[in-house]
Design a protein around this ligand. Structure first.
Ligand code: GDD
Length: 333
């Protein structure tokens, strides 16, 4: 039997790397698109253990020709669109770049699939940031969306584009509205990885302080491994649809911080934590919490990691120094 084929944009990111692993385990041929960057040696760190089993090619979602070429050649069964500028605070500093990668990147990819591989099933990475400061908590697929950043407005646009192509072109396009999902492969400029790495450095005597922003906001944090499984399940369903992926548990940044320090046996986190305006957002999303009832009911998806499991996995992974080799440094976070 012919192997099923999948194309992943954004394959070098946290989610791309876990998804590629999952699809390889399931027997897929996996094609990953990687944009040319100035430091190619650090770009594929998250894929190093599986590079030999993947087909990696240069390609950028803003470069329609590269998308068309890959899709025409591969004729994939499934296309996972994960490429983005995914940092919310950076989107205030680079709003035009963020909007182009997310919005033009999405419409390019939808057009390219429509022309070169119209029967492929498409996963679009939407985001819980689209809910922003919604009054509807916990949020579900019907909740009001009040996006609060250029990143979130772009994601909302891309989400609607995906629905429009689903209806108007009769394409199989599903939106996964994923709440925050973390892992030892998380970039160090996201708060969970920054806290875990910072606490490990403090414990080892390598650092004396951890500089953060708003500790009062709360998020619904799950493990990226569980969330990429949800992506795959969406594309195995009989019809395209929109699914929210969350744990339903809301935790403040402060509580996350305290749990990590407690787990590492460091008595008083606030001896080390400094708050800097540098990390305070110009328009904060105060709370995010999702209700995953729909995906549980229709696809049978459930998270397998609790928040403590996630923290343990991040501590274990980061203490082995896996993220230390990544392109981002704490200073740049
Ligand atoms: N990054 C960062 N750095 N965030 C901080 C810091 C800090 O030093 N201090 C406090 N925070 C707070 C932020 O203000 C925010 O309220 C919260 O920690 C989480 O920030 P991030 O980890 O950067 O994630 P995010 O919620 O903004 O966005 C992530 O989740 C979205 C899904 O809801 C990203 O992965 C997005 O790409 C994703 O769509």
């Amino acid at each position: 039997m012919n192997k099923r084929k999948a194309v992943i944009t954004g394959v070098a990111g946290q989610d791309g790397s876990y998804l590629a692993e999952l699809l390889l385990e399931k027997g897929y041929e996996v094609y990953g698109m990687i944009p040319r960057r100035s430091s190619p040696e650090t770009q594929t760190l998250r894929l190093d253990h599986i590079t030999s089993r993947l087909h990696l090619e240069y390609g950028d979602v803003l470069d329609m020709g590269s998308l068309l070429r890959t899709l025409k050649e591969v004729q994939p069964d499934e296309v996972y669109h994960l490429a983005a500028q995914s940092h919310v605070q950076v989107s205030f500093m680079e709003p035009v770049h963020t909007t182009s990668v997310i919005v033009l990147g999405t419409v390019n990819r939808l057009e390219a699939v429509a022309h070169a591989a119209p029967r492929a099933r498409v996963y679009n990475a939407a985001s819980s940031e689209m809910f922003g400061n919604t009054p509807d908590l916990p949020s579900d697929e019907e909740s009001r969306m009040v996006p609060c950043s250029p990143y979130a407005t772009a994601k909302l646009n891309a989400y609607h584009l995906s629905r429009v192509y689903r209806v108007s072109r009769r394409m199989f396009v599903s939106n996964g509205i994923l709440f925050n999902h973390e892992s030892p492969r998380r970039g160090l400029n996201f708060v969970t990885a920054k806290i875990v790495k910072g606490a490990l450095d403090i414990k080892a005597g390598r650092k004396e302080e951890l500089v953060l922003g708003n500790l009062k906001s709360s998020r619904d944090w799950g493990h990226a491994r569980d969330y990429v499984r949800a992506m795959w399940m969406m594309l195995q369903h009989e019809a395209p649809d929109d699914f929210l992926v969350a744990t339903g548990v809301e935790t403040t940044v402060q509580e996350f911080l305290e749990r990590v320090f407690r787990r590492l046996g460091i008595p008083d986190p606030y001896r080390y934590v400094k708050i800097s305006p540098r990390y305070i957002r110009p328009y904060e999303v105060n709370r995010l919490r999702g209700n995953p009832a729909k995906i549980q009911r229709i696809l049978g998806w459930k998270p397998t990691f609790t928040l403590d499991d996630l923290i343990n996995d991040m501590i274990e992974g980061l203490s082995r120094g896996t993220l230390a080799e990544q392109a981002y440094s704490l200073e740049k976070a």
